[in-house]
Design a protein around this ligand. Structure first.
Ligand SMILES: Nc1ncnc2c1ncn2[C@@H]1O[C@H](COP(=O)(O)OP(=O)(O)O)[C@@H](O)[C@H]1O
Ligand SMILES: [Mg+2]
Length: 337
């Protein structure tokens, strides 16, 4: 009998049982990742049921009771449009006792908070930028232990939301203003980190017991002026016209000498173990001119669409998209729920 896979994902609205997702899946700006994973799961020969969640968890309970999945393929990023409630969905799946792909609820909890994950990494001697956390509603000041320039970010956001060139501050007034902007306009807690000048690399790891580092990707900043901070702002990631204008590109990292390759692998595998990650993850790194590797952010359950960084790196390593999806499912099946 075919392995039964329940693919769970989020939509910004509720749908009725048996809903036809073909319109959502066909739209390259919406559920394109779900579409890719769904096709790959079918190509692997699994029996697949689709389930989107919005603001009610009962459909998940019903699907687990009625479909009796062997495994859940988890693509939930949000619940009720709240980004950090993906961990709560996962915690519920854990209570239901069904093995699940991707990170555990504990890892989601740790990695959603850019300060908490750094505290653990520092304890394990993984290099991360020095930082200070500013919770909304509390006093804001510039701690003298934090060298300028700094970058000010929302503590718990993703996809560079709230990150622009103005996030880099090189005096105290700009520092305070940017933290306050995040508190008052975005209504979020903030983190200030020392700015790490250097290359922007993305390194993905796949595995549970045995870890495999995939070929590094890089964002380069084309014609952008050398004295402009070269960072992955919201526009640099998502605005095609802006990317074209400055020649910002994502591609396989070149000029990675064996020594740097070994260091990337060591840092990312240690970070993966320190945060107790599993399945697959992607690290956002900065590498200084002197070759020091800093973990800027661990991304658990990163985008696993066919054209995104992780799957592209897998392909370069000789793992087809279908094999990648099968690997992730098999790893989950081997784990006790
Ligand atoms: N401490 C830092 N030093 C240099 N650049 C940084 C630093 N923190 C963030 N950045 C830049 O901002 C981008 C987004 O920050 P990140 O923490 O990964 O947030 P997000 O979760 O929104 O992706 C990074 O990819 C990097 O280019
Ligand atoms: Mg990031």
């Amino acid at each position: 009998m075919a392995t039964r896979v329940l693919m769970v994902f989020d939509l910004p609205y509720a749908v009725k049982p048996g809903f036809d997702y073909s319109e959502e899946f066909a739209d390259p700006k919406r559920s394109y990742c779900e579409n890719d994973v769904h096709k790959a799961l079918l190509a692997c020969g699994y029996e697949v049921q689709l389930l989107s969640l919005f603001d009610d968890v009962r459909p998940l309970l019903d699907a687990v009771r009625d479909f009796k999945p062997d495994v859940i393929f988890n693509l939930c990023d949000t619940f009720k449009n709240v980004t950090h409630w993906d961990k709560n969905i996962l915690a519920m799946i854990e209570l239901l006792g069904v093995p699940c792909t991707g990170a555990s609820s504990g890892a989601l909890f740790l990695c959603n908070d850019k300060a908490l994950s750094k505290k653990i990494l520092r304890f394990h001697r993984v290099r991360t930028p020095r930082f200070h956390t500013f919770y909304a509603g509390h006093k804001v000041w510039h701690p003298k232990t934090l060298k300028l320039p700094c970058i000010i970010k929302p503590l718990t956001e993703e996809a560079s939301r709230g990150i622009s060139q103005a996030s880099i501050v090189d005096d105290e007034a700009a520092f305070l203003a940017r933290v306050k902007m995040i508190h008052e306009r975005m209504n979020l807690d903030a983190i200030a980190e020392e700015y790490i000048d250097g290359r922007e690399l993305y390194v993905s790891i796949v595995g549970d017991r045995k870890l495999r580092m995939l070929p590094a990707r890089e964002m380069t900043f084309g014609q952008m002026a050398e004295d402009e901070p070269r960072i992955a702002t919201y526009k640099a990631k998502w605005d095609d016209d802006y990317r074209k204008k400055w020649g910002i590109r994502n591609h396989f990292a070149d000029a990675i000498d064996p020594e740097l390759q070994a260091r990337l692998s060591d840092v990312c595998k240690r970070a993966y173990r320190a945060l107790n990650l599993r399945s697959y993850a992607r690290f956002d790194l900065r590498v200084t001119a002197g070759g020091q590797v800093y973990v800027v952010e661990p991304n658990v359950n990163p985008n696993i669409a066919k054209d995104d960084e992780l799957a592209q790196s897998a392909l370069k390593a000789g793992i087809s998209y279908k094999s990648l999806i099968r690997k992730v499912v098999n790893q989950a099946l081997r784990r006790k729920a």
